[in-house]
Design a protein around this ligand. Structure first.
Ligand code: AMP
Ligand code: GLY
Length: 435
């Protein structure tokens, strides 16, 4: 079998690596890929400028199916284009991808289908937004309607911050078209988790749960990022919470899309806030896998991912199951100097081979230079995934392995998995108390 993965991040390296584990898979092409996908056995990079070139490539190579990693090509309609060309592709079409590409669309959809989420109002007029903010309790959340690569959300602690965010987006157009409309929503309290499922239009196959670490610095301080680390499973998603997420969020979303005449296919990611009663609320929908959640989740997958995707493409997800290693996975992101603002690129990376002896290393913003050396090429450079019988040992493996890696200005969080670790410690203490 030959498969094409679209994207160039750590998520796509993990996806391609995981697909390549199957004995039935000969080659996984990655477009455009990175230095990691260029050097992993059975993986091969493909350069492209336009989707039409990928379509020709798939025809020439007789690619069995394509999987799309990032949201931008999905929002631009890559799935519609491939389908029109008669090619198999796993992802949502452009209509369904609006669940991620327009916060206003997602809010209306959630209201229509009674999916629990924060109350929100949409504005394109700055004066009206300012008036509304003045009456609103704090904190208040201001979100750019469109795709803003993780920069479109401001959790304002003061009215002044909220007014500033509105001016930045609506008046100064700092996020361009993405910020030409804003959604202002209530602040939700609780613990976050990422709940990702595969959807075949009708049936749903949940993947293992996970938790992301969005802030740059330890103890959830500093600016929001694309994600600085993740672990799987997320203990906050108890079996009861899992059931509620499926019944109240995922299944209504899938049925809602079916009813609209646009059945959802692909990975569907619900970003959750779970309150202290175990009630989940939808912070956002993404129409793809998470990054770095994927690196943690797929490190635990025992089933053949290519087979699961084939089942989804055939509308048979109800007939398959995914097997997960009981071990915990902890993924730590190594980011470049300056991330998430202006990043420094072009620095040689040392110690990758030594780190790979001890843990999974998935590359993201990396490039092979003319000497064949791996150099940094953007914000989130690598992620290192440790596996262990508990969070503490998975963390230890990840952090020990990453000690081998060096590049100028490398930054990473020391506390990935801390919430699960405290849950684990509390659990052990409770067990000891009972004993
Ligand atoms: P998003 O890009 O929508 O996932 O938002 C980025 C981050 O902002 C989330 O991971 C949350 O930490 C925070 N956030 C977004 N919306 C809310 C909300 N309504 N209440 C509390 N925190 C939020
Ligand atoms: N890690 C968050 C995301 O992929 O959206």
């Amino acid at each position: 079998m030959k498969i094409l993965v679209v994207g160039n991040g750590g998520r796509e390296h993990a996806l391609a690596w995981c697909l390549a584990q199957s004995a039935r898979v000969n080659t996984v092409f990655v477009a455009p890929g990175n230095a990691g996908t260029a050097t992993t056995p059975k993986l091969e990079n493909v350069d492209y400028q336009h989707v039409s070139q990928l379509i020709s490539f798939c025809r020439q190579q007789a690619i069995d199916f394509t999987v799309v990693g990032p949201e931008a090509p999905l929002a631009a309609g890559i799935v519609d284009d491939f389908r029109a060309a008669g090619l198999a592709i796993f992802g949502p079409d452009r209509y369904c991808a609006q669940l991620e590409s327009s916060k206003d669309f997602a809010k209306q959809f959630m209201r229509q289908h009674n999916i629990p989420t924060a109350a929100a109002t949409t504005f394109d007029d700055a004066a009206a937004a300012h008036d509304y903010i003045q009456q609103h309790s704090l904190p208040v959340v201001i979100k750019a309607d469109g795709l803003a690569a993780g920069k479109g959300v401001v959790v304002a602690q003061t009215h002044q911050e909220a007014h500033q965010a509105i001016d930045d987006m609506l008046l100064d157009q700092q996020l361009g078209q993405a910020g030409a409309r804003v959604v202002i929503e209530d602040f939700l309290v609780g613990e976050e988790a990422s709940f990702i499922v595969m959807v075949d239009g009708q049936h749903v196959l949940p993947l293992a749960t996970s938790q992301d670490h969005k802030r740059l610095l330890d103890h959830d301080q500093g600016p929001n990022t694309g994600g600085m680390g993740a672990y799987s499973p997320a203990p906050v998603v108890t079996p009861a919470v899992h059931q509620r997420v499926l019944e109240q969020i995922i299944l209504p979303a899938v049925r809602g899309m079916q009813a609209s005449g646009h059945p959802y296919t692909g990975f569907l990611y619900a970003g959750l806030m779970i309150d202290d009663q175990g009630q989940p609320y939808t912070i956002e929908f993404n129409c793809r896998l998470g990054d770095p959640e994927t690196q943690a989740i797929l490190s635990r997958l025992d089933s053949d991912l290519a087979g699961l995707i084939q089942a989804a493409l055939a509308g048979r997800l109800d007939q398959v199951a995914a097997q997960w290693q009981p071990q915990t996975a902890v993924a730590v992101v190594l980011a470049a100097k300056g991330y998430p603002q202006a990043v420094q690129s072009g620095d040689p990376i040392q110690g990758l081979d030594a780190a790979r002896q001890q843990a999974h290393v998935f590359q993201a913003a990396t490039l092979l230079n003319q000497q064949g050396q791996t150099i940094t090429n953007g914000g989130r450079v690598l992620s290192v995934v440790g596996l262990g019988n508990d969070v503490a040992s998975a963390r230890q493996q990840a952090y020990q392995a990453l000690e081998n890696i060096r590049f100028a200005g490398m930054q990473y969080r020391q506390d990935i998995g801390h919430k699960a670790l405290s849950a684990e410690v509390a659990d052990k203490a409770a067990t000891t108390d009972k004993a």
